[in-house]
Ligand binder design. Structure first.
Ligand code: SAM
Length: 259
């Protein structure tokens, strides 16, 4: 029985799992880290489409027998780790060559995992792309910039700072077992090789304050980050009367650098 508390909505449609696997980019020679393989529909597709190795990190031990069966079909290419992906670092298991992350993520921890992958200090990161399934509304927040004020926020700034992202396609609830309440979307994010330098912490402080009171002018909302926001705004060339949702990613980075 799928467990709601673990965000278990499984995919069995071979066309769909194949489409997700292929949309991550050419797989031959690539090591894929898959979070939450569950019974292994997407895992199997990644292996069928040529991934050199899949490191599958699953928290639910009930999925292990099905994954062991897949591993037996692809000797030496599937490594299953029973762990909480929020705490597990796959890097020691990755050998030479390109690595990437592909996952139909558990919705309850999806954004937390994404934030973890985007906030590591070392950049470019160890992965060459992220191909991830989210609820449609979360996907829209991930790719939003200031031209999409309804969805632009902390997540959009973080993703836009370090990656280029796009929504590839939607997946209807009926494609999952059991069906979730909302439409899902597959998002692909590719690291920017040289994002504007700034400290992750400073950026999080600035965006937290600015979007925490998004209807207020920045000269007010940024008091959550610094007692006197005026010099910060001047250094970044942003009017004191601007609101968070009007400021492009580069503006937030400039403020974080001045903090
Ligand atoms: C949305 S299901 C996707 C399953 C499978 N990839 C598929 O597409 O059919 C999410 C999976 O993530 C697992 N999971 C939930 N929380 C996890 C965590 N913190 N670490 C690792 N796996 C987790 C669940 O047990 C479940 O198998």
């Amino acid at each position: 029985m799928p467990r709601r508390s673990l965000g278990q909505n499984f995919l069995f449609d071979l066309n769909l799992t194949g489409r997700i696997a292929r949309s991550s980019g050419p797989l031959v020679g690539v090591t894929v880290v898959e979070v939450g393989p569950g019974p292994g529909g997407l895992t199997r597709a990644l292996l069928m489409h040529g991934a050199a190795k899949v490191i599958a990190v699953e928290r639910d031990p009930r999925a292990l027998p099905a994954l062991a069966e897949i591993a037996a079909h692809y000797p030496g290419r599937l490594e299953v780790v029973e762990a909480d992906a929020l705490e597990f670092d796959p890097r020691p298991l990755i050998g030479e060559g390109p690595a990437r992350i592909v996952a139909n993520l558990p919705y309850n921890v999806g954004t937390q995992l994404l934030t973890g992958w985007l906030t590591q200090e070392a950049w470019p990161p160890w992965w060459d792309s992220l191909t991830l399934m989210f609820q449609r509304e979360v996907a829209e927040r991930i790719v939003a910039d200031e031209s999409d004020r309804a969805n632009y926020g902390r997540l959009g700034v973080l993703c836009g700072w370090r990656t280029r992202g796009q929504i590839l396609f939607d997946v209807p609830p009926a494609a999952f077992v059991p069906p979730p309440k909302v439409t899902s979307s597959v998002v692909r994010l590719v690291p920017r090789p040289e994002p504007l330098p700034c400290r992750v912490r400073a950026l999080e402080t600035v965006t937290g304050a600015a979007f925490g009171q998004r209807r207020k002018m920045l000269r007010q909302s940024l008091k959550g980050a610094t007692p006197d926001p005026a010099p910060l705004l001047a250094a970044a060339g942003i009017p004191e009367t601007a609101r968070a949702e009007e400021v492009p990613v580069a503006g937030f980075v400039a403020m974080a650098r001045a903090l």
